[in-house]
Design a protein around this ligand. Sequence first.
Ligand SMILES: *Cc1c(COP(=O)(O)O)cnc(C)c1O
Length: 371
Amino acid sequence: MARIPPSPSSSRPLQALVDLSALAHNLAQARARAGARPIWAVVKANAYRHGIENAVRAFGAADGLALLEADEAQRARDAGWRKPILLLEGVFEMRDFAVVDALDLTVVVHCEDQLAMLEHLPAGQQVKVYLKFDTGMNRLGFPATQAKAVRARVAALPQVQVLALMTHLANADQEQLPGPTVRGQRAALHALAPDWRGAWSISNSAALFLHPDGGPEAVRPGITLYGASPAVGTSAASLGLRAAMQLQARVLALRELAPGETVGYGSRWTAARRSRIGVVTCGYADGYPRTAPEGMPVWVGGCRAPLVGRVSMDMLTVDLTEVPDAIVGSPVELWGPNVSVDEVAQRVGTVGYELLSRLPARVREATAGAT
Ligand SMILES: *Cc1c(COP(=O)(O)O)cnc(C)c1O
């Protein structure tokens, strides 16, 4: 019987091209704002889908990596990361402390359950802790009213070393909202432990880039390291950032349409003139939003061309009538240096964070650029 040959990696022309030099450049931009403050490069969700290994290669100048899952921490260590790694949600179960020990991780402690787990650790096991307080986000962290008691309990544990007190900001990107301000949350954190002489950790990207008045602390930028904006209405380019990912497809086919003809499912778009339509190798199963409206820009043949018709599972269609240079095989950027992920996101009512981080495994990763 004939053997089926081992399956080759897909030759379908669609990839997330990760620019290592852009990652390194963006970290340098964060460093310019952080000054001497330590930087935790936030690499959760597979480095916002840019790849933990790529992050390790590009973020060598960071002081630590921050993420959520033990297997991502393992990947970072396997890729050669020797500096600290912070588990942003800490441990979930007692057995996680084995990994914490083996990989030398620092853990956030944000709740009573985690505190109880610390109290049950064998005396010999040392654990480095970031103690998290809630100063208005109302998500994770001990309430300010418990600060004294929590700190006293932790101080009584010889196996625990508290490195920093931390909090997370609710509105660093949009201070006109009702709710806590950056200044208010900073003050609240400092007020709950006026005697504390160790480190603090407060700022995310929006605070680091948009509120440069922060005091000494270990900052935690994420999204800006990938060249996307932390705040709607502020472009990444205006912050000196470079897109680190180009979602790159190709023109798979071309169609000439007569006026009155329509394109795709539901015939949503009708040609008003003779039109040249390009079929592009990217659809909603590739993480491109199906809700993309008519006119959403893509970059092809050195120009912006408008999306026409509905996005389908594996393909989308664009009007190339005014892009004579585009041919079958032309590269198409869905987002990247020429069409920002923030612009795409804004037109479908979301943020760059979501489009980047939810890109499915089906999209291959490739790297470019030196660090
Ligand atoms: C994700 C995350 C960050 C980074 O936020 P950005 O807005 O991407 O800079 C910082 N701190 C914590 C606790 C986070 O979960």
